[in-house]
Write a protein that binds this ligand. Structure first.
Ligand SMILES: Nc1nc2c(ncn2[C@@H]2O[C@H](COP(=O)(O)OP(=O)(O)OP(=O)(O)O)[C@@H](O)[C@H]2O)c(=O)[nH]1
Ligand SMILES: [Mg+2]
Length: 458
């Protein structure tokens, strides 16, 4: 029989905090912990799930390393379903690392990424979807993705997957019946087939909808990106710094100061947004500036919203007009800022943006900056960043990949309408994919790829 190794790892974050948590799981968990604690007897006698106060001593060293609390869990009543210990020490990374090293000396081995969750899944403590949901909960950056992950954790989407499975099973049974009774007249066969393909069609629509919902949520998860662009010297970096509320980018009267793209996260209505300062777009022979401008163009293509800055004291150039036209043609949302109104009236520049592009006039040199500038940016970003909560079965790339494969199988079934055996083959494949989605049949390789995305100690 294969002996299950006992694993240990730091389960809390790497950054200094008040406390750190070390998890131990496996058959040696209790004795490894006991070997490192001062009151070994008391720890051995302690009832599971009760907290005890101890001193942690590295094996072979009598010095007390830290005062800790420790809790035992008896298999299967633990997170992993194995014997476990949780040790809470002071939040020093040095102490936490020494505790983990002490446990390694007592027979534990380092836990791989997501290994605690993987063991919980293998010991039937949580389903694969729940394990993934825990990871999504940890990684959630927005309220929507958190809500979605919580629904998934509580098994909220499993009934939908089970319904798809049931419908596919019924379709398969009918198809197999029809194949067996091939003597049935063509009229009743055609009727059955019409009903089956209506069902397949409905399923296809439902899966497509789920994939589209994921795309919506994906946008939010990947941080909404706002690019600040314009020709050189108009005040792009000044605006960038103003929105960040600190001097992140160099501001200088020399045109072409910003050569590279600079990005930082800001929060608009509690939603993280990536703000990007860019190199001014112009015709130049300078090789470095050229690279910077190419980067600006690439950023524009990926941006969710573009803020085009112009300066009130310069004449509208064809270049500025072309930049705006190209962005509108590409369907990228754009708003305009007319800066340097302390030097010149913004009136002449308003024509640059026309009716299609909402614009705001400001002087970024005048302090304090007009608060309406912030409201203006928020007003036009909000419709894009604040999407309504869209519950979606598809939480991550694994789900999306399976859903797309499911669609392919159902499309294949549709194409082969007249050959019942081939349709049945596609439906069987679709059923296997649902089992994979639910985690009822999952290969070692798939498990590896899922849990490798987890952090160590999870
Ligand atoms: N008078 C005046 N000057 C401003 C205003 N905003 C910015 N400036 C000045 O304009 C110059 C250029 O500002 P930046 O923010 O560096 O402009 P930029 O668009 O990032 O320039 P590049 O990175 O070179 O493309 C600096 O000297 C700023 O101090 C403003 O509202 N009024
Ligand atoms: Mg700049």
């Amino acid at each position: 029989m294969k002996v299950v190794p006992t694993i240990a790892a730091l389960a809390s974050g790497q950054v200094g905090a008040a406390l750190a948590v070390i998890r131990v799981s496996g058959p040696l968990a209790w004795c490894a912990a006991a070997a490192c604690l001062d009151k070994k007897e008391a720890f051995s006698r302690a009832a599971p799930r009760t907290v005890g106060l101890y001193f942690f001593k590295a094996p072979g060293n009598d010095a007390r390393l830290d005062q800790v609390t420790a809790i035992k869990y008896r298999a299967p009543a633990s997170f992993t379903g194995e014997d476990m210990v949780e040790i809470f020490c002071h939040g020093s990374m040095l102490i936490a690392r020494k505790i983990v090293a002490g446990l390694y000396k007592c027979g534990c081995i380092p836990a791989a990424r997501g290994e605690f969750s993987r063991r919980a899944f293998l010991n039937n403590k949580i389903s694969l979807l729940q394990a993934e949901a825990v990871n999504e909960i940890i990684l959630s950056k927005t309220e929507d993705s958190l809500k979605n992950a919580l629904v998934q954790y509580r098994g909220g989407y499993v009934p939908v997957l089970n319904r798809w499975k049931q419908e596919l099973k019924e379709i398969l049974e009918k198809l197999e019946g029809s194949i067996e009774f091939s003597e049935e007249d063509d009229f009743s066969k055609a009727n059955i087939n019409r009903l089956l393909f209506n069902k397949i069609n409905k399923l296809q629509q439902e899966i497509k909808q789920e994939i589209n919902k994921k795309t919506l949520i994906h946008g939010v998860d990947n941080n909404f990106a706002i690019a600040i662009i314009g020709v050189p010297n108009v005040g792009k970096s000044s605006l960038f710094n103003e929105l960040l509320q600190f001097e992140r980018a160099i501001v200088h009267h020399k045109a072409g100061t910003t050569r590279d793209t600079i990005s930082e996260t800001i929060y608009l209505d509690n939603i993280p947004v990536t703000l990007i300062d860019t190199a001014g777009i112009t015709c130049t022979k300078n090789a470095v500036e050229k690279i910077g401008i190419q980067r600006t163009k690439n950023i524009i293509k990926c941006a969710d919203l573009v803020i085009m800055v112009t300066s009130a004291n310069t004449k509208t150039t064809k270049q500025e007009a072309t930049i705006i036209d190209d962005i509108i043609k590409a369907g990228i949302p754009i708003i305009g800022i007319i800066n340097k109104t302390d030097l010149c009236s913004p009136k002449d520049k308003a024509g640059l943006f026309g009716e299609k592009v909402p614009c705001f006039s400001v002087s970024l040199k005048t302090k304090p900056i007009d608060i309406r500038l912030f409201r203006f940016i928020l007003k036009f970003s909000k419709p894009y960043i604040q999407k309504e909560f869209v519950p979606s079965i598809i939480q991550n790339s694994r789900h999306e990949h399976i859903a797309r494969k499911l669609l392919e199988e159902l499309t294949g079934a549709h194409k082969e309408k007249k050959r019942e055996e081939v349709v049945a083959f596609y439906i069987k494949n679709a059923l296997e994919l649902i089992a994979e989605f639910l985690g009822t049949t999952t290969s070692q390789e798939v498990l590896d790829s899922i849990f490798q995305k987890f952090c160590i100690g999870k």
